[in-house]
Design a binder for this molecule. Structure first.
Ligand SMILES: C[S@@+](CC[C@H](N)C(=O)[O-])C[C@H]1O[C@@H](n2cnc3c(N)ncnc32)[C@H](O)[C@@H]1O
Length: 291
């Protein structure tokens, strides 16, 4: 190999190795944060709020951007059939070290099929999204009729001063993570008008951690036809699975079309879910294995 080509290849390998190290450090950091008492408590409360919206005893649940897996684990502890997905394989490796009853797979939000799960959650995902509205539309489309979307995000109250004032009231373990979070956010929050395409009567907002964080829940009507505010799902249904295949996602009722299978299922209001119909659908990670 000519010397210039060899040094270009070596450069690319160094960049790839650097990215892996950064990824692994990020996963360790988030694992540390997810072990903080206040962080566990507020996410547990959010999980309970979302579960209270469904009558299904063991709803399917997908947590998108799961990081090291806290929300999926909490949901599984409460009886949900929970899967966490994250685009960063280092996060999935970290999550799989302590999976509890949850499952984890590498994957991105846009690989989710319409109607993938009864509950779709996203915690601290939208703040960093380049296009929160489009991300929310994707997540909303992934919610099955009768299900709910759960969003957990900091509010404009998440400032260093307010976090300091509350720090002594939260559980002792890793409470310094609250100050780090407040420093990172500094009172900035994702713009909730990104949710405006979902009718306001379907949405509820609940304060968590004294209002520094909030849980937004959007409940999808139980309807045989996709909701009017769900253009993506409407398009997919009209053209069968074609559109889904083009985007590399699993269409409703399709066992698996590329991408990832999450145990999604076809369900109408006349077809109540049972736990047995879920366990028959495999979960596959990006490596094609069933974890
Ligand atoms: C700030 S972390 C939050 C982790 C966890 N949800 C929590 O609340 O602790 C955001 C996570 O979302 C993941 N992520 C970002 N965009 C994503 C996408 N489009 N699809 C899947 N995961 C994504 C990142 O890799 C990262 O692990």
């Amino acid at each position: 190999m000519p010397p210039r080509r060899r040094s270009a290849v070596a450069g690319r390998l160094r960049v790839a190795a650097g990215a892996r190290v950064v990824s692994a450090l990020g996963a360790s950091f988030f694992q540390w944060v997810q072990g903080a008492d206040f962080y566990i408590d507020l996410h547990r409360e959010a999980v309970d709020l979302a579960l209270a919206t469904t009558a299904t005893p063991a709803p399917t649940w997908i947590d998108v951007g799961c990081g090291p897996g806290l929300v999926a684990r909490l949901a599984a502890d409460r009886g949900a059939l929970a899967t966490g997905i994250d685009r960063d394989p280092a996060m999935i490796r970290a999550a799989r070290r302590h999976p509890g009853a949850a499952r984890f797979a590498s994957g991105t939000a846009d690989a989710l099929a319409a109607g993938s799960a009864d509950i779709v959650s996203a915690a601290s995902l939208l703040y960093g999204a380049s296009d929160p509205r489009s991300m929310i539309a994707t997540l909303w489309a992934a919610v099955a009729p009768g299900g709910a979307l759960l969003i957990v995000e900091t509010t404009s109250l998440m400032t260093v001063d307010r976090a300091r004032a509350r720090a002594q009231e939260v559980g002792p373990r890793r409470r310094q993570a609250l100050m780090l979070w407040a420093r990172a956010r500094g009172g900035t929050a994702f713009d909730p008008t990104a949710l405006d395409f979902i009718p306001s009567e379907l949405r509820t907002t609940s304060p968590l951690l004294h209002g520094l964080v909030e849980a937004i829940i959007a409940a999808k009507p139980r309807a045989a036809e996709p909701n009017a505010c769900d253009p993506r799902a409407r398009r997919d249904r009209r053209s069968g699975d074609e559109a889904g295949e083009r985007r590399g996602v699993q269409g409703i009722g399709t066992p698996r079309v590329g991408g990832i299978s999450f145990g999604g299922r076809q369900r109408s209001s006349e077809q109540p879910s049972t736990s047995s119909d879920r366990s028959s659908t495999p979960l596959q990670g990006d490596d094609g294995r069933v974890p």
